[in-house]
Design a protein around this ligand. Sequence first.
Ligand code: PMP
Length: 387
Amino acid sequence: MKDRSLLMIPGPIEFEPAVLAAMGAPTTSHIAPDFIEVFGQALERMREVFLCPDGQPFIMAGSGTLAMDAVAANLIEAGDKALVVNTGVFGDRYGAMLERYGAEVTHVRAPIGGVPAMEDVEAVLKTASYKLMTVTQVDTSTGVLTDVKTLAALARRYETLFIVDGVCAVAGEELRMADWDVDVALTASQKAIGTPPGLALFVVRPRVMAVFNARTTPVANYYADWTNWLPVMEAYEARSVAYFGTPAVNLIAALNVSLGLILSQGMEAVFARHKTIGQACKAAMMALGLGQVPLSDDVAAHTMTAPRFPKGIEAADLLPKITMAGVVLAGGLHPEIKAEYFRIGHMGSVKAGDLLATIGAIEIGLAACHYRFEKGAGVAAAMRILA
Ligand code: PMP
């Protein structure tokens, strides 16, 4: 039997063969003409994937946490007020990061699986002048999807910079940076963008650059300082070279291929495919009698699903059996409910067949745990949406 399993966790995901081939090509100099073209093209394609014609894209070696950190370091000066719309672990992380750079942070929270009410966010914005507000589009610890469009409009009314952690969302969930007036959106390569882990990606609107240029204190993070990186991004896009730190040549080549594949489908088709796959996965879990962490379907992500274990079944029982059936899933992440749920990632180049295989493997695992359910009910429920 082939030693092969399907990786269906919320990142890293399954990568396209053409992307992996680009990773494996001989490494060139970072100033080779071919690489200059690839880097420049990847920056241009980012603008299209983020639907942000007036944005400045950045590609840095690092993970999604670096993208979050770079935005915090470059925008926060000691004493600034920041608001975190918190839907899980990654909101906590953003708050801690902003505090590290001297921000006074206010979290607006909801019960686990819910989203904070708009009135609660607005009530905080009314109390003081907030320099920025962050929101996690999909919090990977809860599978909760936030309403980025409405929050962006709210932030604009209060003249607060609006930062979207789109690590589990960009190129999967609908995000229209320019149309919705989002100031910064950030992600990492290993999720719906479809490139192996190692790149921090973000796009910054002109309003943010103006705030950055008006800083009165130096950026407290040497590596992430945009003063160092902006000339590099501008140079490569103009098809020339500037150096600050050696770019991740192979990863950027792979990213360029992956962005090309996404754009060849068209962003509308990409959003629609994720929506359908997400709904099919939810329908399957429901048909199998499994609940989910998000409190309702309208706040549930389309890039991942967070099903609750049935009574009497634990991660250590079920997940290895699903792995045996050929599909790798992830356990819980949110510390307060970690043992109560598991996570399925279905983003990037995921196809209907991948999801059906995943649901089939979950059914095999549940049956091996002696869970009583109608065999095939999950697959059939997904089929009704996918077919
Ligand atoms: N934000 C969100 C929403 C995430 O899902 C993750 C990773 N799971 C991160 C930030 C951090 O990204 P990374 O692990 O690439 O540092």
